[in-house]
Ligand binder design. Structure first.
Ligand code: SAH
Length: 455
């Protein structure tokens, strides 16, 4: 069984530091049921892929069986275990990438704490309950999901689909979150009963589910399947969640990226907007959250980069959406530094982590285009809070979080800018913190919400 994780964060070979596995080497780990190998099929500065290959020994597996109740006499020897991603893959993940799962990196701590672009491939993921379950499980966590059912036998298409899907997950998250999602959800999708579970499993589930499982719409299904349908264990896990349910909806564990997009979505919906611009939409992470909203009937994503837009189109799977939904969404190339009549007449606009990509002396061109010409009723702007960088001990003083950030502002700088823009263009502005707030340094992300005056 095989799992690959690719990043295009640059330099992509930093993945080796995050996983504590050098890209030029090959690693092998003994597992109770076989051997796991870690290697890098590609390792270039632009793109780096790590592969985890688990070779299960069916004979060792059959000897190690506990509490198995097979109906077919040969089942212990002839089964899908060697090929299909399953709980063994989860054990291998922990064995191979245990340190990365805790979020620690000796050499690149700030990167380990930063959401990065990842693509995960699982060529044979058992998706019991249907391929759409893959999207129901990974979608709410911020992934674009592609799950293509595999035929039972290519030579006999009339036999229909097998329970396996070729799955691709794309998203921007911290590596530790990605690994935790895979660790819990792969065995949930498999829903097999080839190992015995006890109370220790509740612990594992709560530990690796921390920060996302509590608020997952499929939490009950995940808990039920992970705990192998054992009622007593589920009740114990539910009791834990009941205590947590009055806690804030998005715990600190959710990635900063998620919290930011969630906060922006919330502000846009609260404004009552039916038509929304996502300016500098990138790969479409905000659009993906807005498409399902009934309130929003018209969406336009604009970005200067055709390459990024192509990825957005792919991630959103626009071409596969029903015509009624597709008709509401437009992706288009354009620059926020040039007046653009297509941007006029919208209720609201989002600029999520975009302004810092423009040269500061040229920022006035964006102000004029967005606030002066397009003039949406509401504008939501987010940008890093430079002060917060001090909490990332590995980020040298004076460096920005990403190489392509032209500037990062303190809270005072951002508020002075926003207040001046509001005055100049006839808007009122309020501010909101996003992410865990440090008492001295403030939040990692700062947000301004502009509302156009009636005058
Ligand atoms: N809003 C997205 C992407 C943020 S990254 C998100 O939160 O996920 C910043 C994006 O701004 C990039 O996709 C970049 O291509 C885009 N961008 C930079 N300068 C731009 C400009 N002048 N006009 C339009 N988009 C721009």
């Amino acid at each position: 069984m095989l799992l690959t994780i690719t990043t295009t964060h640059q330099p992509a070979t930093d993945l080796g530091f995050l996983l504590h596995k050098h890209p030029e080497r090959v690693f092998a780990f003994d597992l109770p049921v076989g051997v796991a190998h870690v290697f890098y099929p590609e390792a270039a500065p632009e793109r780096c892929t790590v592969a985890l290959l688990v070779e299960v020994d069916p004979v060792a597996l059959s000897r190690g069986r506990r509490g198995g109740s097979s109906t077919a006499p040969l089942e212990p020897y002839v089964n899908d275990r060697p090929y299909a991603a399953s709980s063994f893959l989860s054990s291998a993940l922990r064995e191979a990438f245990g340190t990365a799962m805790t979020g620690r990196s000796r050499e690149r701590q700030e990167l380990a704490a930063t959401p990065l672009p990842f693509e995960v491939q699982l060529p044979a993921l058992p998706a019991r309950g249907g391929t759409d379950l893959v999207a129901r499980l990974f979608g709410p966590l911020g992934y674009a999901v592609s799950a293509v059912p595999r035929l039972l036998d290519d030579a006999f298409p009339e036999w229909g689909d097998s329970p396996y899907a070729a799955v691709t997950l794309t998203g921007t998250m911290r590596l530790r979150d990605l690994l935790a999602h895979l660790y819990v959800l792969i065995p949930v999708l498999d829903d097999a009963k080839h190992y015995y579970v006890d109370e220790a499993e509740i612990d594992k589930l709560l530990r690796h589910g921390d920060g996302w499982l509590e608020v997952h719409p499929e939490r009950d299904l995940i808990t039920r399947r992970y705990l192998k349908h054992r009622r007593a264990l589920q009740r114990a896990a539910d009791a834990h969640f009941a205590d947590e349910d009055d806690a804030p909806a998005l715990p600190v564990g959710a990635s900063l990226n998620e919290q930011r997009l969630e906060a922006v979505r919330e502000e846009l919906l609260r404004s009552g907007a039916a038509s929304v611009l996502d300016l500098g939409c990138g790969e479409g992470n905000l659009l993906r959250r807005l498409i399902p909203e009934r309130q929003v009937t018209r969406l336009l994503g604009l970005d200067v980069s055709p390459r990024v837009l192509a990825r957005a189109r792919e991630h959103l799977r626009l071409d596969e959406l029903p015509e009624t939904i597709r008709a509401r969404v437009t992706l288009t190339q354009g620059s926020l530094t040039y007046r653009d009549a297509r941007l006029r007449g919208y209720d609201a606009a989002a600029l999520v982590e975009v302004i810092e990509h423009l040269d500061e002396p040229r920022l006035w061109t964006l102000e004029r285009v967005v606030f002066g010409d397009a003039r949406p009723g509401t504008v939501v702007v987010t940008t890093p809070n430079e002060e917060y960088n001090a909490t990332w001990t590995r980020l040298p003083a004076g460096e920005t979080r990403h190489a392509d950030h032209r500037f990062e502002w303190t809270r005072d700088e951002f508020q002075a800018w926003a207040t001046r823009v509001a005055e100049e263009f006839g808007y009122a502005v309020t501010f909101r913190d996003v992410g865990p707030v440090d008492p001295q340094l403030g939040p990692p992300t700062q947000m301004a919400v502009f509302r156009r005056g009636t005058a």
